[in-house]
Design a protein around this ligand. Structure first.
Ligand SMILES: Cc1cc2nc3c(=O)[nH]c(=O)nc-3n(C[C@H](O)[C@H](O)[C@H](O)COP(=O)(O)OP(=O)(O)OC[C@H]3O[C@@H](n4cnc5c(N)ncnc54)[C@H](O)[C@@H]3O)c2cc1C
Length: 389
């Protein structure tokens, strides 16, 4: 391993591997990840829309695709449901452990060097960010680079080490718990299922993402401020459904999802922050793989250009361009989250009757005007809407 690179990426998740792949077009890139195996352990429901496959030209490869998905069913607390059904594939339940390894392999094929079992911290020289210190297989090493990409996930320490303000309000954190279960009964396993309700999953939802006809990721995300744990709510949900309760547990995942609190400062000197580390996640449904890849690509291209031209000021364009494109959109979606948090169970039951699948798609994309017009006849919801706009 060399002692000097143009770019060091910390974290080989979707954000880091994508950044590395694009940066490696013109730069010497090293990616370090603290885990012994890239992609493992996974903390994910493993849902990924087909748009991400198109955008990043990801092959529909059976090695990391469990099953095709044709839409979503959203359940209100009283059991009424809104169905978003497509006549073609709308997404996939992937196998993250293999998918993340695939993305890292793609980056290595472009010339990036990947190093697992290498935990990194920032290296400073004369106060400047000069590279990373890593511990690889118990051995400490210093590696220098012109540019650092912090892609170290939701528990990121690297941005903080670069003196970026990473404080986050607990209301902008969703705490999650998930089982992968087999031997269960799933109605319509070609769809993903999302269950809403303040008693069921306060300020969040329960998901069933089928990997087979009788195997699924069953998880929950709730407010980080709740007294009871996410596990408590998920176990209660599973117990109330005999078709799930009889199943086996193949895997347990615990983790957090940032659902707001996007980092304002994405670039400090020669360091860029991407993906969950920058809280670039859809705040309504908590999906972050595609956002991580979009941000990773943008940061990777800026790193590539900065190295090619010898002008590190180009990195600041990543922050500007992310905020004027994805950032602006995610801010709009965050407003919807703030509105949704104020809904009581009766409101959700009402909305399940007046909204259709198209309305829900638009809302989750931050385009809410049409859907919101449908609720102005409900005085309580109208009042709520006024307080929120
Ligand atoms: C329970 C749960 C379910 C989810 N379900 C979905 C879903 O269905 N669909 C979806 O799109 N999103 C989902 N998400 C969100 C999604 O998993 C993340 O948004 C996505 O993984 C972000 O990618 P990333 O590359 O930014 O970070 P990560 O995938 O977290 O990768 C960060 C990497 O950095 C490494 N790292 C951390 N610190 C260091 C260090 N100091 N040195 C070296 N390496 C380091 C870690 O080992 C890790 O590999 C879910 C999240 C959770 C918790």
């Amino acid at each position: 391993m060399k002692d000097e690179y143009d770019v060091i990426v910390i974290g080989a998740g979707p954000a880091g591997s994508t950044a590395a792949k694009f940066a490696a077009e013109k730069a010497r890139v090293l990616v370090v990840d603290k885990h012994r195996e890239i992609g493992s352990p996974k903390r994910c429901g493993e849902g990924l829309g087909s748009r991400a496959f198109e955008e990043f030209e990801i092959p529909v490869d059976n090695r990391f695709i469990n099953r095709e998905i044709y839409g979503a069913v959203i359940y209100a607390p009283d059991g009424s449901k809104v169905e978003i059904r497509y006549d073609k594939v709308s997404g996939y339940i992937i196998e993250r452990k293999i998918f993340d390894k695939f993305l890292a392999t793609e980056a290595s094929r472009k010339g990036a060097k990947i190093l697992a079992d290498a935990e990194a911290s920032l290296l400073r020289e004369n106060g400047e960010i000069a590279g990373v210190k890593i511990v690889h297989l118990g051995e400490e090493k210093e590696i220098r680079a012109k540019i650092i990409v912090a892609a170290d996930g939701v528990e990121s320490q690297i941005a903080k080490q670069a003196d970026i303000d990473t404080t986050i309000n607990p209301v902008d954190i969703c705490s999650c718990f998930e089982y992968e279960m087999s031997g269960i009964e799933i109605e319509n396993p070609e769809m993903i299922h999302m269950f809403m309700g303040n008693k069921l999953a306060p300020r969040g939802y329960v998901w069933i993402f089928p990997k087979d006809d009788d195997r699924a990721n069953i998880g929950i995300g709730i407010s980080g401020k709740e007294k009871r744990t996410a596990k408590y709510y998920l176990d209660r949900f599973i117990k109330s459904r005999p078709g799930l309760e009889k199943g086996s547990i193949l895997e347990v995942n615990v983790g957090c999802v940032p659902v707001g609190g996007f980092l304002r400062e994405l670039v400090r000197d020669n360091l860029m922050v991407v993906g969950d580390a920058a809280r670039q996640v859809n705040p309504i449904h908590g999906g972050g793989i595609q956002e991580a890849m979009l941000a990773g690509r943008l940061a990777g291209i800026k790193a590539q250009k900065a190295i090619d031209s010898g002008n590190l000021d180009i990195l600041k364009d990543y922050e500007r361009e992310w905020w004027s494109s994805r950032g602006r959109k995610l801010e709009r979606i965050l407003k919807v989250r703030h509105f949704a948090e104020k809904l009581g169970d009766d409101d959700m039951n009402y909305l399940a009757k007046v909204w259709n699948g198209n309305d829900l798609i638009r809302i989750s994309e931050g385009e809410y005007s049409v859907a919101f017009k449908k609720i102005i006849k409900n005085p309580r919801l109208l009042k709520l809407l006024k307080s929120f706009v």
